[in-house]
Design a protein around this ligand. Structure first.
Ligand code: BGC
Length: 723
C-alpha cells in the first residue's frame, strides 16, 4: 500500500470498503471535549475499530493521538488513518489576539507567521486539520463572532484568507508541522439578521458576490484543503443544502476539489430549518450539495443508508465524498507516517519562549489607541501611585478570548500583573469595583476612594470572554452589568484616567468616549495581553494598531462601513432632505483604519503614474509620509479607489492596498503602492468582473475618514467592449 501512487491507493481502498465504512469516513465525532455545541463522545474507540469514524475532534495529547491512530491503522479492517481535527483559531498553546485584534496589525506576514506557529504547536500534539481561518466579513458588532472575523472589508479579508491558508498549510501538507486549513463559514454568516447568531440571512446576490464570497475565493486560490458551510440560510436555502453555492459555485466554477465539512450538527439542523423531515432527507440534501463530512450530527450514519435504499442518493455520490476525504489523508501523509509531526516535535519541540515573545509583539501591535485627548499616554515616568481599577484588570484567563481549545494554554498575563512587572517602582492600588456582568455595586465606593488617592487611574472594563464569540450576540454591545456605573463614578473623581477596553467587538458607549479623554482598545489580546498593555502604556512600544472595522457611535447606526454607496441624496449638512439621522451622526465614531500613536504623521505629494492607462497596466501610486513627532513610529496607509461614474452605482471607497511606513522621529519616506488596473473592475450586471472606461479617484490616507484622504485622478481608456 505504502508504495502505491495516491490515486491508486484511494481507489483500491474505496473498492474494498463496505457502505458502512464509507459513511464512517464521512463521519467526525469527538473525544468528548465538545465546547461548541451539543454532542456526546460515545464509545469512539469502538467506532474507530469498526471503521465507523474518519475524523476525530478534540485530541490534544500526542500520546493519546498516537494510540488512537494505532487503533485505527492496526485494529480497523482497512487500517485507514484518522484525521484529528480541532479549532486552532488564534493560536494553540500560545494564544494570540483574537482575529479582529490580529487584523488591526494590518500585517500580512504576521498573519501568516502566527498561523504557522499555531500549526506547529497543534501538529506537535497530533492534530492535522484546523477549522480555520474564519473568513466571515461582518459589519455588525452585535454579532459575537465579529471577534473571530477579519472585519468589514472583502479585499482585506481576502488577503487575510491567503495568508492564513499559507501559514497553516505551509508548502506541503505532508511536511511535519502543517495543518490542513478549513475556510469557514461559507457564506455570508456575518450578515445574520440583526446580528443575532444563527439567524437567517437575506442579502442580495450582488452583496453576496461583492462582499462575502471573495475571501473564500481567495482561500480556494491559495489551495485551502477544506471548506465549512455556515449554519445559516440565505433567503431560505440553508448553506448545508446549497447545491447552487457549494456544488455549482465552489466546486464547479471555482474548481475546489477539497473536502467540505459541515458545521457542528448542521446537517441534522436541516430538519429544524424545516427543509428535511428526517435524517434520510437531511443526509440526502447535504450530500447533494457536496458536503463530505458530517461534523457531530450523526445524520450521515443514520440517514445515508436509508437514503441510498430509497434511491434518494446514489452510491457514486458517497464514493465521490470518500474519495475526497481519502485524498486529503494521502496529501497529509497520514498513510505513510501519521506521527511524523509528533515525532518531529519530539526531536525539536516548539519554542514556547519564542512563541510567547511573538504573542507579545502581536498583542502590542493589535491594540488600538482610540483617543488621547489630554496626552496622558505614554504614562509619565514620574508616576508613583496608580490606581488599577475594573473587573477586567486582573482577569488573566479572560485575556485569552472566546476560542481556546488547547487544554493547557500558556499562562496568560493580566493587565495588573503586566503593570506590576513593568512598573516595579510604582505603587499599584488595585480594586475590581464591580463584577464583569453581575449587578453588584457594593465595592464601587472602595474603588472610588482608591482612584481619589492615586495620581492616575488605569480603568480596565469591557466584556468577559463569555460575552464574545459564538452564541454571544448582544443587542446592546456596550459595557455589561454595572460597569458603566463604575466608569462614571471613577471619572467623577476627576483624576487623570486611562480607559482600557477589553472586548471582541467595538463597544458602543458614546458617553464614555465623550467623558474619558484616553481610551485604548485592547481586544482579547491573548496570553501576553498584560505585558503588551504595559509596553504600550509605559511607552516602551508605540501604538500602531488600526481599526479593521468602523467603530459606530451607537448601535442604531449598524451596519456601518466605509464601502457604502452614495445614494441619490448623500448626507449634506444643510439639507434635511438627505440621507441622515435626526438623532445620530451618519459617520462612525472612529473610522476604519483609525488608530493613534505617540508620534504624528503627515502625508503629502500624492502622485499617480501614469494618469492615463489601459487594462493590464499597473499604476504607481506614491505618497510622502513624514514623522513629525519626537519618537519612532509606524504608520499604516490605505489606498482606496472610487469609480466616479459607472453603469452601476459604486461604493464611495473600495480598498485596494495597504502599506506601512516605519519612521524615525523627523524622518520622511516615499511610500509606493502598485495599483493594478484590473483591480478597478467591478461586478457587472451579470456579476462578472467589468472594467469600464472613465475617471477614477485614487485616495490615500491613514484611515477611511474622507477628511484625511489625499486624492488624485486617473483615467482608464479601453478599447470598446473590453471585459
Ligand atoms: C462553530 C465552528 C467550529 C465548530 C467545531 C461550531 O459551533 O460554528 O466555527 O469550527 O463548531 O468546533
Amino acid at each position: 500500500m505504502a508504495q502505491q501512487p495516491a490515486a491508486q491507493r484511494v481507489e483500491a481502498l474505496l473498492a474494498a470498503m463496505t457502505l458502512e465504512e464509507k459513511i464512517g469516513q464521512m463521519t467526525l465525532a469527538s473525544t468528548g471535549l465538545v465546547i461548541t455545541g451539543p454532542g456526546e463522545a460515545g464509545d469512539y474507540l469502538a467506532e474507530i475499530r469498526a471503521g465507523r469514524l474518519g475524523l476525530l475532534g478534540d485530541v490534544h495529547d500526542p500520546r493519546h493521538a498516537r494510540d488512537i491512530q494505532q487503533i485505527a491503522m492496526r485494529e480497523s479492517r482497512l487500517g485507514v488513518p484518522l484525521i484529528f481535527a480541532t479549532d486552532v483559531i488564534h493560536g494553540y498553546r500560545t494564544v494570540f489576539p483574537v482575529p479582529i485584534g490580529e487584523m488591526a496589525t494590518f500585517d500580512v506576514d504576521l498573519w501568516r507567521h502566527t498561523a504557522r506557529v499555531s500549526a506547529r504547536e497543534a501538529a506537535a500534539c497530533g492534530i492535522s486539520l484546523t477549522f480555520a481561518p474564519m473568513l466571515d466579513v461582518t459589519r455588525d458588532p452585535r454579532w459575537g463572532r465579529i471577534a473571530e472575523s477579519p472585519g468589514e472589508d472583502a479585499w482585506l479579508a481576502s488577503r487575510y484568507a491567503a495568508a492564513k491558508v499559507h501559514g497553516y498549510q505551509g508548502d506541503d501538507l505532508a511536511t511535519p508541522g502543517s495543518l490542513a486549513a478549513t475556510a469557514k463559514h461559507f457564506a455570508a454568516y456575518g450578515a445574520v439578521t440583526a446580528g443575532r447568531d444563527y439567524a437567517s440571512v437575506d442579502i442580495s446576490e450582488r452583496t453576496l458576490h461583492e462582499v462575502y464570497l471573495p475571501p473564500f475565493r481567495a482561500a480556494v486560490n491559495a489551495g485551502v484543503s477544506a471548506i465549512m458551510p455556515a449554519f445559516t440560510d440565505i433567503a431560505g436555502v440553508p448553506m448545508s443544502a446549497s447545491v447552487e453555492l457549494l456544488r455549482g459555485l465552489v466546486r464547479e466554477r471555482w474548481g475546489f476539489d477539497g473536502v467540505m465539512i459541515s458545521d457542528h450538527g448542521a446537517i441534522a439542523e436541516l430538519k429544524a430549518h424545516g427543509i428535511a423531515r428526517d435524517d434520510a432527507e437531511a443526509a440526502a440534501l447535504a450530500l447533494h450539495a457536496g458536503i463530505d463530512v458530517d461534523l457531530m450530527s450523526g445524520t450521515y450514519a443514520r440517514g445515508l443508508p436509508v437514503a441510498l435504499r430509497s434511491g434518494a442518493v446514489k452510491e457514486a455520490e458517497i464514493d465521490a465524498a470518500v474519495r475526497r476525504i481519502l485524498s486529503l489523508k494521502v496529501r497529509l501523509g497520514l498513510f505513510d507516517d501519521p506521527n511524523s509531526s509528533v515525532d518531529a516535535a519530539r526531536q525539536s519541540p516548539p519554542d514556547f519562549t519564542a512563541n510567547r515573545s511573538l504573542a507579545r509583539n502581536v498583542a502590542t501591535r493589535s491594540m488600538v489607541l482610540l483617543q488621547d485627548r489630554d496626552g496622558l499616554l505614554p504614562l509619565a515616568g514620574t508616576l508613583r501611585r496608580i490606581a488599577v481599577i475594573g473587573p477586567l484588570a486582573d482577569e488573566a484567563e479572560h485575556m485569552l478570548g472566546p476560542w481556546v481549545t488547547a487544554p493547557r494554554p500558556e499562562q496568560p498575563v493580566s493587565l495588573l500583573q503586566g503593570l506590576r512587572e513593568g512598573l516595579p517602582d510604582c505603587t499599584l492600588d488595585y480594586a475590581r469595583g464591580v463584577p464583569i456582568i453581575a449587578d453588584d455595586t457594593a465595592a464601587v465606593t472602595d474603588a472610588v476612594q482608591r482612584a481619589n488617592a492615586a495620581e492616575l487611574v488605569v480603568l480596565c472594563v469591557g466584556e468577559g470572554r463569555q460575552l464574545s464569540g459564538e452564541a454571544a450576540s448582544r443587542a446592546r454591545p456596550g459595557l455589561p452589568g454595572q460597569q458603566a456605573e463604575l466608569v462614571r463614578r471613577v471619572l467623577d473623581c476627576g483624576r487623570p484616567t486611562v480607559v482600557v477596553l477589553v472586548s471582541g467587538r467595538p463597544l458602543l458607549e458614546p458617553w464614555l468616549f465623550e467623558r474619558a479623554g484616553t481610551v485604548l482598545a485592547s481586544w482579547f489580546a491573548g496570553c501576553e495581553a498584560g505585558h503588551a498593555l504595559c509596553d504600550l502604556l509605559t511607552g516602551r512600544s508605540n501604538p500602531s494598531g488600526r481599526l479593521p472595522v468602523s467603530w459606530p457611535v451607537d448601535v442604531g447606526q449598524v451596519p456601518i462601513h466605509f464601502g457604502q454607496r452614495p445614494g441619490g441624496r448623500p448626507p449634506a449638512p444643510d439639507n434635511p432632505w438627505t440621507s441622515k439621522y435626526l438623532d445620530l451622526p451618519v459617520t462612525p465614531l472612529f473610522h476604519f483604519g483609525h488608530g493613534l500613536s505617540y508620534t504624528r504623521f503627515t502625508l503629502a505629494n500624492l502622485h499617480v503614474e501614469p494618469t492615463h492607462s489601459g487594462p493590464g497596466d499597473t499604476i504607481a501610486v506614491t505618497v510622502d509620509v513624514r514623522n513629525e513627532g519626537t519618537r519612532a513610529g509606524e504608520q499604516t496607509l490605505f489606498l482606496f479607489v472610487r469609480d466616479v461614474h459607472a453603469t452601476l452605482a459604486q461604493p464611495l471607497l473600495c480598498l485596494r492596498g495597504t502599506a506601512k511606513a516605519l519612521l524615525d522621529a523627523g524622518a520622511c519616506e516615499t511610500v509606493r503602492f502598485e495599483l493594478e488596473v484590473a483591480t478597478l473592475a467591478y461586478l457587472g450586471r451579470d456579476l462578472e468582473p467589468l472594467l469600464e472606461a472613465g475617471e477614477f479617484t485614487v485616495l490615500v490616507g491613514p484611515s477611511a475618514n474622507p477628511d484625511e484622504l489625499l486624492t488624485a485622478t486617473i483615467e482608464l481608456r479601453l478599447a470598446p467592449a473590453t471585459r
